[in-house]
Design a binder for this molecule. Sequence first.
Ligand SMILES: Cc1cc2nc3c(=O)[nH]c(=O)nc-3n(C[C@H](O)[C@H](O)[C@H](O)COP(=O)(O)OP(=O)(O)OC[C@H]3O[C@@H](n4cnc5c(N)ncnc54)[C@H](O)[C@@H]3O)c2cc1C
Length: 534
Amino acid sequence: MVDLTLFASLLPFLFGFLFLYYFGFLRKKNQDIRSNSPASAATTTTTTTTAVVGGGECGSRDDVIIVGAGVAGAALAHTLGKEGRRVRVIERDLTEPDRIVGELLQPGGYLKLVELGLEDCVEEIDAQRVFGYALFKDGKATRLSYPLEKFHSDVSGRSFHNGRFIQRMREKASSLPNVCVDQGTVTSLLEENGTIRGVQYKTKSGQELKAYAPLTIVCDGCFSNLRRSLCSPKVEVPSCFVGLVLENCQLPFANHGHVILADPSPILFYPISSTEIRCLVDVPGEKVPSISNGEMAKYLNTVIAPQVPPELHDAFISAIEKGNIRTMPNRSMPAAPHPTPGALLMGDAFNMRHPLTGGGMTVALSDIVVLRNLLKPLNDLGDASALCKYLECFYTLRKPVASTINTLAGALYKVFSASPDEARNEMRQACFDYLSLGGVCSNGPVSLLSGLNPRPLSLVCHFFAVAIFGVGRLLLPFPSPKRMWIGARLISSASGIIFPIIKAEGVRQMFFPATVPAYHRAPPTKDSDVDVQI
Ligand SMILES: Cc1cc2nc3c(=O)[nH]c(=O)nc-3n(C[C@H](O)[C@H](O)[C@H](O)COP(=O)(O)OP(=O)(O)OC[C@H]3O[C@@H](n4cnc5c(N)ncnc54)[C@H](O)[C@@H]3O)c2cc1C
């Protein structure tokens, strides 16, 4: 009897033991099935932490680690999460960013947002629709509308507070159960025999942790300190933007970006909410006048204010007096990757261009679409070197959009800046007059700039059409030797502007992508059912 009572009281423990053993066994079996690759074997040592904002809990079995949840990282996390990947995002600061970058999304970028299912991230943030640009020179203005006729009525540019847009994308990414968002600063990439296995990072509380995954995508932005081993960064800083917010005023052309061809270089205005207008003043060189000792306010009052359109002048002066002046270096860096097993660079960490044309977010989102389509047919990311070889086609497939936007940004910045060289000033005037002609002369360049028709050849044709237009004006009705000389220098200066940028982008990748061997590694169709053997 005693034995029976003892046996009955032990039964629950017995069942509990069997239950735990059975499910433990099942889980291990599943893990074994998943970890059939060397890279995923490394994940067994992963440190487990808890997600900071929503999303799934950060576990030990990630497919992808994303460093940085800015524009590129947040959009990528949502995209790969939606594709069913287990994604861990590690972001230095999850509070809403407050910055003067990434505030105008071109319509081409909006189309990419739609393709990624992220278009609702520009809703409920008081984003403003943008229908084109207004260009000002010497008191004259010309309107350049985006050619949107062929698109759905929703398609246009959007301008907003960058931080609000990023928070919307972060929220959307972390709403997926297989995406975990962790707050921490990645301090290094973990490398093993030339393959990146994961990252080392420091949490807010100072804890040093490691995380492992078959693929690490570095999106740590323009000041990236992780890109060094993954590319040859040749960063140039042609100028800086000085940012102000104007209130209680109306733009001369509502819902348009405004570009003033000022001296020494352009000034931009665009709405960032229903009540605020962003002003970005370009200051050539790497240094700007000091804000703290008042030199900046003096510069803005004396050099810039007289060139601001009258409708915005008073608000501009008030913004200077208010004192909320921000600055940011304008960096450009051609993409020069070192294909590395286990890792990939995206966003500004990978490639930058002058922000005059507001193209950075469009390039980043377009790259994400290319990468998503490439990864779609791959169930297993475990074979790092095969994946790396396969992904080399990414660098060529992204070129049409990226190189067109990059080249145009660099070329327009040079053409739109004042110069002591008479030929360069002729080119600037020719560009303004060419765009003012309307029709194909404005639609062509604007569709290149907006990412609606990113074709490198069209860019080169329009660029030289401007130069020839400029020379024609110099020679007609009567060419003089001096004018002929300026015309020749104009052509040479136009070539001197565009060819070095094209060279940096890569002539072959830009114009003859099919001759690049890696190009043919892309799957023949974008159909998700295609199974790719890597
Ligand atoms: C002055 C200026 C104005 C611009 N205006 C426009 C514009 O109007 N339109 C446009 O399309 N583009 C614009 N751009 C470019 C645009 O801002 C960038 O192309 C875009 O933000 C790139 O996104 P990203 O995700 O690569 O970088 P970011 O958006 O900067 O994100 C990087 C993220 O990584 C995080 N991070 C950094 N280091 C670490 C680390 N070690 N560990 C963890 N996290 C880390 C950062 O906190 C940040 O959240 C502008 C750029 C400049 C400089």
